[in-house]
Design a binder for this molecule. Sequence first.
Ligand code: SF4
Length: 419
Amino acid sequence: MEKPELLAPGGSLEKLKTAVMYGADAVYVGGEAFSLRTAAENFSTDELKEGLDFAHTRGKKVYLTANILPHNKDLEAFSEYIDEISPLGFDGILVSDPGMLDIVRRKAPELPIHISTQANNINYGSALFWKGAGASRVVLARELSLEEIAQIHEKTDGLELEAFVHGAMCISYSGRCLLSNYMTGRDSNQGSCAHPCRWNYTLMEQTRPGEFFDIFENERGSFIFNSKDLCMIAHIPELVKSGITSFKIEGRVKTEFYVATVVGAYRREIDKYFENPEGYSFDGSELRELLKVSHRPYSTGFCLGKPDSSGQVYTSSSYIRHYDLIGIVTDYDEETGIMTVSQRNRFFTGEELEIISPGRPFFTQIAKEMKNADGETINVAPHAAMTVTMKADRPVVKGSMLRRGRLPDDWEVELKNVL
Ligand code: SF4
């Protein structure tokens, strides 16, 4: 049984580095053009080079996302773009359009082609079609069950299958949606979705303008299109057995804290399963970690069968957020145990914090012996982006993160939503 690749979003150079440090085997990034995330801080060519170098020296892969649905005007520019990026050494490029695939095949025949989820790959016939057209990997639509994925795996003769295991869902087929285009002029298929599916809707009868009726009986509103987030942390064995070769985490616009936490949780759970597949059981500890990042209510999406109305959130469009990032460790002195922290949120001496680090479990400690950049003792780190030093109870590394928060006492009720 081969260990699957853990594939993480690299929305910026720092997020790429965070994903690699916290255990991703591969990262997907967008260049300045042709990527379906205009809100992500897409990379310049120099940053792409630095990101590739960082990942490759650590034995990790980087895939370039170029999955817009192109119009005529985009094709020539894409052709020039391929000339520019092909010497950089990407490990694959994601496209969703046959015209773009054709350009990659002609101009960069050595570059592995991955077909984006945007191409709505939901059956083995289309997977085989893309294989025949030169693709080495197909990213499956989120709307498939694991049973269907296993059938596609059986019938596609070694084609790599990538599937989302964690992150936001769309109410339309994998983002092929005109809601944003229609309501705001921002095209989700060009990377500019305004997420109107998360908005609060009412019903108005044509001859009674201004009289709004609730569509769903709830005083907080009617969020009729608002999907829950996918979370498959409790199903690593089933994901592996279905033949998925790459476990994909969604979220190029998410924060470094999100990337570190989610990648770390899946890294540990996958490794735990492969250490002892027969004796493995899911104990919920990594779900506990996943509840510490900002998220919508979790569900298993389509993986275990078609979701019913419980796959949507009708009562609110806000994220659930129990924890805040307090700071990121930029330096650590092993002799003195003093860490330098780039602060992100105000915190005080005596507060209980949690510290996460790549490759090890988090620990709890009280903030103490805090000093500002001038070496003066302080009891509060007041502004964001201030640099402070403080004593760490256990060794940390550059890239460790300090967080503060508390899960509800009954957090274990969340287990039923992901089992
Ligand atoms: S509006 Fe919602 S469903 Fe449509 S593409 Fe954007 S996120 Fe997806």
